[in-house]
Design a protein around this ligand. Sequence first.
Ligand code: XLS
Ligand code: MG
Length: 382
Amino acid sequence: MPAKPFNRGVVTLRSMPFWCVANPVGDPFGGAVLPRISSVETAKILAWAGKEGLIESTAFHDDDLVPFDPANPEDDLDPNSATSKTLAEIKAILDDAGLVVNTATCSLHTMPIFRAGGLTNADPKIREIARKKVQRTLRIGAKFGAKWYTYWVARDGFEVPPAVDWKNNYKWLAEGLNNVYDYIKSQNLNSYLGATIEPKPNEPRGQMYLPTSGHAVGFIYGILQHPEFFKVNPELLQHESMALMNAVMTLGYLCSMDKLAFLHFGSQIKAQFDNDYPPLVGPEGLKETAQMFWVLKQMGWKGVVEYDCHMLRAEADPEVAELRRKQFIRNCTDALSITLELADRLDGLKTDGLTFSQVDLAATMAMCKIDPAAVEQVSLKK
Ligand code: XLS
Ligand code: MG
């Protein structure tokens, strides 16, 4: 039962990843609030959302679906393995709901062996395990028809600059990503349109090697063997807001470079840790979020919006965990609809002869559907 594409404004598909729905919402100061659910149970909630018309797509880390054993990195090639059986069960659930897979990403952050990095780990044995884990993720993604492979910087970063092998760390990273290209091509994993880099300034490491979209684009053109194959998936507002940057600029820049693959979408208080609030939730960012979708329309971009966030820990209730998980998906989708409506209201904004401040006020009135005549009457009364 293939779902109808969303195709509203710049958004072709709405994607909800496994990890966002399954998230038991712990934080560094307190443990998980919600009960953990299996990958099959998560797939069922996603299938529900697909049938409700809330999403058309999903995404996963390899570990979100099946565990990885470094001693048996090719278990997915054995059709009788527990891994293959679980993957087949999940695929049947997603197919029945018509959900397509936007991106597959390899978790190089959860297992303690990757604590000092995955693709850039100074230990060649760990880099080799990471390489095999990435290849297995690529095969798993291909089984689901994934369109992209995503490399999120994860633990490829540092806390102690003099302890970093600066002559080699970016070479190792390039080797890891060149391997993604070579493996996709050599194995004919033809569902992939390309691979993406997801930058982030910090967290979980003190500093990350590709902190911003600008760093990612520079890295793609500067060192990768196949720059045409790699794009960027920024996470906005979160990742660039953590470093006090503006999401509208990031999108304008990535579109101008033809390097915007898809969006990770959520909300963020500027300069804080990675809040991962659902879109439009939280005390700030309304204008910036609406303007993000306005600029995408100006730039003629169309593509997938993938939520990458989680419910607020404060509202997670273990007594009604499934209900909260479903409400979370609905909230994200409602927030996207609200955002698209707000962005549409900025269409045709007249800026000629206005100062920058007047443009901002006019945009705010248009976005909030405030009649300029009513505002004038109020100010004249004073
Ligand atoms: C973390 C990232 C992560 C990636 C996928 O901050 O957003 O969730 O999107 O590994
Ligand atoms: Mg993300």
